[in-house]
Design a protein around this ligand. Sequence first.
Ligand code: KIV
Length: 289
Amino acid sequence: MNASTPSPAQNQASTTTLYGGVTNRRVTVRDLAAAKQRGEKWSMLTAYDALTAGVFDEAGIPVLLVGDSAGNCHLGYETTVPVTMDQMVMLSAAVVRGTKRSMIVADLPFGSYQESPAQAMHNAARLMKEAGVGAVKLEGGERSARSIELLVEAGVPVMAHIGLTPQSVHALGGYPVQGRGDEAAHQLLRDAKAVQQSGAFAVVLEAVPAELAAQVTEQLAIPTVGIGGGPDTDAQVLVWTDMAGMTAGRVPKFVKQYADLRTVLGDAARAYAQDVRTGAFPAAEHSFT
Ligand code: KIV
């Protein structure tokens, strides 16, 4: 048995836990379904390039999302609306190349699936064939059900996204919490059931009251992935630049910052510039004789 061949113990582990268990292959939708059965919570982070995605893959993050949040977090737009299919294909291909074990889910950006199920299929196929992702994500509950159904029938794993749907920022007039009040809560439940019925393998619940997210999670057989949905969803997702303290300015209330990378990187850049100014860099050990 060579070093890369999993031992019987490792094979056993891959059926019992997502963390450290899936050592020699990518996480699949079946692993995520099994995790829900076991009541095992899992994490998802966004990624937009090969380097960062490789760090998260090595850290054992089971699912990476090439979110269209790349618009605001990576490409310098104010919202996700301008992001194009060509950009998503390029970023997703880089994330796939930088990883070995994480499942890679890519967003269908605004305007790439709303026209018809056929348009959704055309663009999902681009993400799978040109970028090599394992699944796609699209926004909308009942309104996206027909597209989800067609994609799933065609063999495309679909993660749905309901509650606050950032591609609708202009229609919503910002990023308000969703599902507040009886009618909105009932609509969220209908949306959740519609995407499950259509064959989605998981559903993101964004910015909804914690009690409602817990209720949806209890009523669904597929995993729920919360972002601003409280502690009771099956999984959690955060935008990596928020999670690691790279984002400039205010971050949403639901973000926990696990590092202060913006300060670390800024300090490194300032120290480098200072060394160049003073002649301290490059020193003899950085120079060729
Ligand atoms: O684009 C994105 O990053 C997302 C997450 C916020 C779920 O959709």
